[in-house]
Design a protein around this ligand. Structure first.
Ligand code: ADP
Length: 505
């Protein structure tokens, strides 16, 4: 697999030289096309979760720096170098950025693995996935069409324009250090917006690396700005309250999303939120069990379970319950755990101590409440401080934290059920509604269940479903708006209606 990826990399190198890994690691923030320190000169360290080693230092930027970044983005929004471009010219620039990211995929993946702990094969996969948003939105830039609406009265033309929203602030998490940025920035730039990005404090280096490549792609000064900080509240406050920011796009925890939503209320800002999930994964008696087990492992253990669409509660029907667990046990036992840069590693470390403590406490809570441990359920200090063994637990039920909360870790919690209705109602018994999965070979059941699950995205006989072409987003408290796909552009445009009257035939 890795060999195929490396081969593809060579083929897509466009004859340009590869940079060394250090040339893409930046130690400054990025405002108005310049690499800058924090206004108070503070920095913070970025560490490798696999071994705690410092891999870089970046500025600990302040509210003042955020104000500067917003001012730069506002100036660039109206500058002829950006506002004066045609959609096709923006598209070409984005394509150029895409090509540069493609050429530097190995280095970007190495940086990503170093700062997030993600196994290198997954990082390479994320470069492909993340970059596909730049490619997709480069194409979509040319199709942000307006409309002419038939007028109900004579002598009038009703015209709809789509114009850039303005300055967009993008606040992103650590679990997809590239894709969460490109999914937002690709759409925003395609629409003609300018952006201020605040990457997660655990993973700012991937973001800075691609910001550097945006310069080489010819994206004008001030169009992309990056504010690095581990004091996110004051920076977030500027982004939510500045009259010069037209919209916020946030991916992260539900609590922080709600806070930002409230902070945007006074300015009645456009807000797009992609928050936590509590994804059900239902295996019906009619399922192909081999496929269901493979899907369960892919959905649960990718990025060590740290994705918002990771399956969180596995509901398995009684007729296939024993077979599912037996097969799952064998496959989970074969997962290779270790440092993300090790060969064939599939399970890396958790991102930080807080995550590690959360996972351990959720498992301890389930043990206390008489859940049954089938595999794992223990840390691996022999590998490193933040490693946790892939875990299978059955007899999970309320009020166990594993049942009620998003675990965001390598713990697969299983619940046995009898009837289809029971599985659907338990799956929907949560405030979250991001992704859901189910396995069934019965076409009647497939449509029945798909219509009833209260989520924004469903994998039917599939454990991994995200792609640039499809709309990503949730219902209930999992968010507002959609990213990727042709819907993703809507978050970054204003619809303006023109009524041209008193026309004479
Ligand atoms: P997680 O639990 O996945 O780390 P968070 O919601 O805490 O999720 O973080 C997601 C992003 O939101 C990160 O970039 C983080 O720095 C940022 N963030 C956290 N708190 C705030 C805040 N008060 N204002 C703005 N951004 C914030």
């Amino acid at each position: 697999m890795l060999r195929t990826i490396l081969l593809k990399t060579k083929m897509s190198n466009f004859g340009l030289p590869q940079r060394s890994i250090s040339s893409l690691i930046q130690s400054k923030g990025f405002i108005n096309g310049s690499w800058v320190d924090s206004s108070n000169s503070e920095t913070f360290a970025v560490t490798n979760p696999a071994n705690g080693k410092v891999i870089g230092n970046v500025p600990n930027m302040t509210a003042d720096d955020a104000v500067k970044a917003v001012a730069a983005a506002k100036k660039a929004l109206h500058a002829p170098e950006w506002a004066g471009l045609t959609a096709k010219q923006r598209s070409v620039m984005l394509k150029c950025w895409y090509n540069l990211i493609e050429q530097n995929r190995d280095e970007i993946a190495k940086i990503m693995t170093a700062e997030s702990g993600k196994p290198i094969n997954e990082s390479l996969g994320e470069v492909t996935y993340g970059n596909s948003f730049i490619e997709w939105f480069a194409e979509e830039a040319r199709r942000i069409n307006g409309e002419v609406i038939p007028s109900p009265t004579p002598n009038r033309e009703l015209i709809v324009l789509k114009q850039p929203l303005g300055v967009a602030a993008l606040i992103t998490p650590w679990n997809f250090p590239l894709a969460m940025i490109t999914r937002k920035a690709g759409a925003a730039l395609a629409a003609g917006c300018t952006v201020v990005i605040k990457p997660a404090e655990d993973t700012p280096l991937t973001c800075l690396a691609v910001a550097k490549l945006s310069v080489d792609a010819g994206i004008p000064n001030g169009v992309i700005n990056v504010v690095t900080t581990n004091k996110s509240a004051p920076v977030g406050n500027v982004l939510c309250t500045s009259p010069d920011v037209a919209g916020i796009s946030f991916t992260g925890s539900t609590d922080v999303g709600k806070l930002l939503y409230r902070n945007c209320a006074d300015g009645v800002k456009r807000i797009s939120l992609e928050l936590g999930g509590n994804a059900p994964f239902i295996v019906f008696d009619s399922a192909n069990i081999e496929k269901a087990v493979d899907g369960a492992i892919a959905s649960k253990f990718r990025n060590c379970g740290q994705t918002c669409v990771s399956a969180n509660r596995f509901f398995v029907q009684e007729g296939v319950y024993d077979k599912f667990i037996e097969l799952l046990k064998t496959k989970v036992a074969a997962l290779k755990i270790g440092s993300g840069d090790g060969p064939d590693v599939q399970i890396g470390p958790l991102i930080n101590k807080a995550q590690f403590l959360k996972i351990s406490s959720f498992v301890d809570d389930a043990k206390k409440l008489n859940a049954t441990i089938i595999a794992g359920a223990k840390p691996r200090p022999d590998i490193g401080e933040l490693f946790y063994e892939p875990t299978i637990i059955t007899d999970v039920k309320p009020p166990m934290k594993l049942y009620t909360d998003e675990v965001f870790g390598p713990v697969l919690s299983i619940i046995k059920f009898k009837e289809e209705e029971e599985a659907i109602s338990r799956a929907n018994d949560t405030n979250s509604g991001l992704a859901g999965y189910f396995y069934s070979e019965n076409v009647q059941q497939i449509f029945r269940v798909a219509r009833k699950l209260e989520v924004g995205m469903i994998g039917i006989n599939e454990g991994i479903i995200s792609t640039a072409e499809a709309p990503f987003g949730g219902v209930k408290q999992s968010g507002i708006g959609r990213e990727g796909s042709h819907y993703g552009i809507d978050e970054y445009v204003e619809v303006k209606y023109l009524c041209l009257g008193n026309l004479k035939n």
